[in-house]
Write a protein that binds this ligand. Sequence first.
Ligand SMILES: [Zn+2]
Length: 320
Amino acid sequence: LRTGKHIFGAIYFDSVTTKIAIVGIDGTMKHTADMETQASRPEQFAQLCLEKLGMIRRQFHFPPFTGIGVSVAGIVDPALSKVVFAPNLGWADLDLAKIIRDCYPEVRIISLENDAKASAVAELWFGKHDINLSSFVFLLVDRGIGAGIVVDKNVLYGESHAAGEFGHMTLIEGGDLCSCGNSGCWEMYASDRATVLRYLAARHADPALSPRISMDDIIEKTRNHDDIPRKVLKESAYYLGLGIANIIKSVDPGAIIIGGKITQAWDIIYPEIMRTLGKRALLGKQRETGILPATLPTPPLLGAAALSIRKFFTDFRVTI
Ligand SMILES: [Zn+2]
């Protein structure tokens, strides 16, 4: 198998920034680019991203795409290749596969997946953790919180593809109103958006400033002997710990792998997560479950490609 012959396009649609990449069959990122998400025009924006992918391919003289994989921050039906509901993007019942097929009629392999489930697949295929990963939960902490549950090396989907929507489990009765319509959802307390809003409140700043302050800014400020960002991240880690304790009790995974920008402050969040878990121990189980940071850059993007790569190997029965 000549690995250079097969090239995969990947797109990760997220609420603020959409990431695109050209990925080799062995999971190496050949080229990446960011685009500002235009969530209010889903069809046009998806076309724009697909065109950009093609432009990069031609510019750098890559061969035609063997497959295109897409991940979305929302509930996805991978069998129909449709976005069912993506509250943070405001998308519902969107036939993304049709848009991809219209743009690339010659590409035979198209895959579509939820971002956290795609991340779990990326970790399963290309992860660098030196542990047995047959059953684990990939927790994607981003603007929202999603999870990919892997049981015996298979992703758990559930009856309506919504398994792992832990971000919308009720953590605080009567708490803050969430984009899903429920209130007190976990992601209203532990997501990046929650962390940024809590940081602005601690600074007595206008919450309307939130688009201009990012997790990168907050993490950067912890390096400057500033107590506020450190305290805010510890609070997010406490809320992360509460939710993780519930996941451990319900799923009993071998490990929980956390992805997202907050893992760049692992030295601050890890002790707080473990302290919170320790107080909620069920027969010491929490202490046995490994809590690990993701080993890959941009797992939802690599995961999008990994799904198409996996399809390539199963559809064509290729062995390496
Ligand atoms: Zn919610």
